[in-house]
Write a protein that binds this ligand. Structure first.
Ligand code: 5GP
Ligand code: MG
Length: 473
């Protein structure tokens, strides 16, 4: 779990005031499954008693009818957690629930705190005993250790100590609290259903349960949701510029969601159009690498006039239980997810639309399968700039060394992947496609310039490593 702290890409859901709170949360988590497949969990409260169920795997693997029925109460929060590695750990599953002197409190968190180590050290000195290696647990302790008398003030005091990226749902015995960091790195929206309030990382979760979208939780907002209704407060009075994660629009969010107030699919389509303007291609067909490349491929095809066809089909039914094939069965794990449609690509010059190249290794394997399927020429167009720097705010990019764009020219990447030509969308082109002005976004992964630096500098941002380092000195 060495890189645990870089892998907190997650889905958050919460509902207050509905008799089917757990069941609706379960459905909401289904809609947010793409944001995390490592573990899932729900915590409920009936105003007095708090219940939880968490497990490793997909939402469908973690819950059954019996468990959903046992999660009683009309208040619930839920979480889906992400990891790309097989190293899973139930201790790090969320929501994270503790009992404090002031009652139960649970947190479901999306994002990464950049001052986790300092805060954890401080809290440990004050006697806090940590159960997990999650930065999210720190938020709970910060709240529990606050000396403020009033409960709301304690929450605010705890939250105001956190730095970095956090979109959170907190559950207390008689309410939920939605929190978004002052820069608003990760999305979080508020909705309504049958008089109940709902919060979710993405609006696609509202659609599924027929909840109506009300508004986004504002950057820097703490929203208390109790039987007295909504009460909005600010983490701090200071104004900070927004740092909406641009990669949510490029890859991470679902195309049917509206994040930061705008639909994801339409934004991706505009990226595809800009890409076609910047990097045209003489090809017979536009082919998307599904699913994340699909929207941009439509835009590329519309702008270029080159017909779009389905040259690759994705298998959606790969759960955690998928047994990795032995090393010597080459390509099998790539093919199980994406398979070329031979009769479409055979003998054709194709331009493949990919949303991003991170390490380059999956792309290389996919291109090989397209060659084997008989494609005559394969050109790739990528709907964002090269990734050159890690994300410290909750997207699971590898270290700088592993990001192929950080140390290789476009020509070198082209050769590595095995393409006839390769071009990326420029940062200016990306901005043109965005539905908001460019100063609203965080684009650190493309520029290496960070709006808030992780403590102890870049490159040492790993709580477990830092803890073991400090323990040695
Ligand atoms: P690469 O060729 O760099 O190995 O992989 C690129 C592919 O990974 C793209 O299709 C892109 O959609 C996908 N991708 C981008 N970011 C992530 C991520 O955080 N997790 C996973 N599983 N795939 C990602
Ligand atoms: Mg993709």
């Amino acid at each position: 779990m060495a890189n645990d702290y870089l892998k907190d890409k997650c889905g958050v859901f919460g509902i207050f005031g509905h008799k089917d709170a757990a069941r609706l949360t379960y459905l909401g988590l289904y809609a947010l499954q793409h944001r995390g497949q490592e573990s899932a969990g729900i915590v409920t409260s009936d105003g007095r008693l708090v219940r939880e169920h968490k497990g490793m795997g997909l939402v469908s693997e973690v819950f059954n009818e019996e468990e959903i029925s046992s999660l009683t109460g009309n208040i619930a929060i839920g979480h889906t957690r992400y990891s790309t590695t097989g190293s899973s750990n139930i201790k790090n599953a969320q929501p994270f629930l503790v009992e404090t002197l002031a009652g139960h409190i649970a947190v479901a968190h999306n994002g990464n705190l950049v001052n986790a180590l300092t805060l954890r050290r401080k809290l440990e000195k004050e006697g806090a005993i940590f159960q997990s290696s999650m930065d999210s647990e720190i938020a709970i302790h910060a709240i529990a250790h606050s000396k403020k008398k009033d409960f709301k003030e304690r929450i605010k005091d705890g939250i105001s100590q956190l730095e970095g990226a956090f979109s959170m749902a907190l559950l207390v015995e008689d309410g939920i609290i939605a929190v978004r960091d002052k820069r608003g790195f990760r999305p979080l929206s508020l909705g309504k259903l049958d008089g109940a309030y709902v919060i979710a990382s993405e609006t696609c979760a509202f659609d599924l349960i027929h909840a109506e979208f009300i508004r986004d939780i504002e950057p820097g907002e703490i929203l208390f949701i109790t039987d007295k209704g909504l009460k909005s407060d600010r983490i701090s009075d200071k104004k900070t510029r927004c740092s909406f994660c641009v990669f949510e629009y490029i890859y991470f969010s679902r195309p049917d969601s509206s994040i930061y107030g705008h639909n994801v699919h339409l934004t991706r389509k505009r990226q595809g159009r800009e890409l076609a303007k910047e990097a045209p291609c003489k090809a017979d067909l536009v082919i998307a690498i599904p699913d994340s490349g699909s929207s941009a491929a439509i835009g590329y095809s519309e702008q270029s006039g080159i017909p779009l066809d389905m040259g690759m089909v994705r298998n959606h039914y790969i759960g955690r239980t998928f047994i990795q094939p032995a090393q010597h069965i080459r390509d099998l794990s790539v093919r199980v997810k994406l398979n070329p449609v031979k009769d479409v690509v055979k003998g054709k010059k194709i331009v493949v639309i990919e949303d991003s190249i991170v390490r380059g290794t999956t792309s290389k394997a996919r291109i090989r399968t397209l060659r084997e399927a008989g494609a005559k020429e394969i050109h790739m167009r990528v709907s964002c700039p090269p990734h050159i720097s890690p994300c410290y705010y909750g997207i699971d990019f590898p270290t700088k060394e592993e990001l192929i764009g950080s140390s290789h020219t476009v020509e070198e990447v082209r050769r590595f992947i095995g393409l006839d030509s390769l071009a990326y969308l420029s940062l200016e082109g990306l901005y043109k496609a965005m539905p908001l002005p460019k100063n609203k976004f965080c684009v650190s992964c493309f520029t290496g310039k960070y709006h808030v630096l992780p403590e102890h500098g870049i490159g040492k941002f790993n709580l477990e490593n830092q803890l073991s380092f400090l323990n040695k000195i």
